[in-house]
Ligand binder design. Structure first.
Ligand code: ADP
Ligand code: ADP
Length: 228
């Protein structure tokens, strides 16, 4: 069955002063192992859509299913990384990654082993003890990515994970992200406003329109999985 099944979903935010329909009638099926880029301008509803997959925001109408089960609240079996790394400032890189294990009550040895694998995979070797303020923005995002992957989630959700970084660092991390995706087989949904990034990373690009939160085009990306 599909990793993610979004059926005719809308999301309207109501405040005292206004009503905003952030997502308006989106349907999408994402199969296991796919890398789907959701491309659109700022404010078109990309983050809201991702949060609905994660169960952090519930749809006003329609349904989201994750791994065959309807999403009715925060999901545990996913990894999530945002534009800001949100690391604990008083903890070193490795301990920030292991936070995920503590929160989930993972087996300590298994978590430590997985953390070391990810540290190597993302080029953080030598920075295990470094505190966030001692790391560059790119390094901090690597830590956040490791933290999101520690429990080997079947689904990884990425909200402009490298959006705040300079172009060269982004390019570097995107090459690594592509490699990680191929090595882990994780289903990935990436939100971005960069056309080149969406196409470079995705096996499929879903284009969202500025307003009102709709998918206006679906483009399969006709490239082999390996990008380097
Ligand atoms: P994007 O990720 O594409 O930049 P968002 O999903 O963050 O777009 O936002 C889509 C629209 O929904 C915007 O107009 C935004 O202001 C509004 N919105 C998002 N979250 C909330 C919220 N919690 N309360 C009210 N409005 C919101
Ligand atoms: P924007 O579309 O946001 O203006 P660019 O067009 O410069 O930015 O590209 C955005 C990002 O897309 C790059 O920084 C890089 O991360 C990614 N990208 C595009 N093509 C490649 C590629 N061939 N190899 C690696 N990363 C790429």
């Amino acid at each position: 069955s599909a990793s993610i099944d979004i059926r005719d979903v809308t999301c309207t935010f109501t405040t005292k002063r206004s009503r905003t329909t952030a997502v308006d009638g989106v349907s999408m099926r994402i199969e296991p192992g796919e890398f789907v880029s959701i491309l659109g301008p700022s404010g078109c509803g990309k983050s809201t859509l991702l949060k609905m997959i994660a169960g952090l925001v519930l749809p006003t109408t329609g349904q989201v299913s994750l791994l065959g089960r309807q999403v009715t609240g925060p999901q545990r079996n996913i990894g999530f990384a945002f534009q800001r790394a949100s690391l604990l400032q008083w903890r070193g890189a490795r301990k920030n990654i292991l936070l995920q294990a503590e929160m989930r009550g993972m087996d300590k040895q298994a978590a430590a082993r997985r953390a070391d694998e990810l540290i190597e995979l993302t080029g953080l070797t030598g920075f295990e003890e470094a505190l966030p303020h001692e790391l560059s923005g790119g390094m901090q995002q690597r830590v956040a990515l490791c933290r999101a992957l520690l429990h080997e989630p079947p689904v990884l959700l990425l909200d402009e994970p490298f959006g705040a970084l300079d172009a060269l660092t982004r390019e570097h991390l995107n090459i690594e992200l592509n490699r990680i995706w191929r090595e882990t087989g994780t289903t990935v949904v990436l939100v971005t406003h960069s056309i080149s990034e969406a196409v470079y990373l995705g096996t499929r690009v879903e284009v969202m329109s500025a307003r009102p939160g709709r998918i206006v085009e679906t483009m399969p990306v006709d490239l082999p999985a390996a990008r380097d």
